[in-house]
Design a protein around this ligand. Sequence first.
Ligand SMILES: [Mn+2]
Length: 346
Amino acid sequence: MIYKKIANTIKKIDNALVVTDNDPDGISAAILMKVILNRLGKEYGIVVRDHRKLDNLRDIIKNHSSYSSYIFLDSPFPDKDLIEMATNYKDRVFIYIDHHKRAIPEELPENLKYYDIRALGMEIGSTAGIAYKVGKTLFKNDFKRYSIIAMIGAIGDWMVDEDILEDFNSEYKNRFVQNKIFLYPTFILFNTFLFGNSKELVENGELLIDNPYAFFSSIDYDFISKRIKSFYKKIANLEKIYESEKLLVFKSKGTISIIASFIHVLYPSKILIIVSNTADNFLEKIFPRKYKVSVRCSLEKMDVGKLMSEFTSRYGIYGGGHPAAAGGKIWIKDLGKLIEFLESRI
Ligand SMILES: [Mn+2]
């Protein structure tokens, strides 16, 4: 079983740098991985990468060269970069734990442990869910109290699976859940993970279970309230630029991923695209040329992650993601082409 394999791989390492995404799934996965590494007595460090910039893998390894292994969580670095790193650093182990990829690369170096549950053809769940199941493989029912952290990550990616829900229901029955409906403590915690400072959350997250008072004292509530305020302001300022029977396109001033997930709920039968100007240098700030793009879609048989990677490999800068939630970067002049492309595929 895959979780046992991952557990065995982690047992064998001496130390690790954990690299994770800064969204609720990445944060939760990193917290669970910390609990696992702590209990196994491994040394580790953690880097929270900004998912808007797919940080250069080379720099991460170069800046953290004292580690003999690296654990990537919810961090879909391109396969060719992963393989290049593993080939260049044969004395180190690269453990790739994710749920974004569609296929396993044909030639894997021995020291690249490739655990992408989507590529492996397993039932799709969150990365936090993978970390949770690894923890449960190792520490059995004693790990169940961390199921609430797995829930938060899974909700963040809209991927709550039966196993986690069952553990959560049994562990927290009469406290958080009734008839499988997540009552408000889970939502409040989820918002903390969604709008909170990801670095702080990763640093203190396990205290939520081990010492709740210390956890809540560690939260920067001003930071959260500022982000929530700006979130609603951006929603109020969305500008509709295209609408058809199945496609809806908005332009936003800044942050688009959370807005897209939120707005999509209100238009469940449409593919939703949100774009926002983005600049890679000073000149582009004055003369915008690129859009950040976030796509959401719950139409059956559509895989917008695949479509975005197909489109951006032809016209865009980069793109990809999940069947129901994808993103990328395109040239502003190509937005019409993207709309045309998606209309033709619908
Ligand atoms: Mn994820």
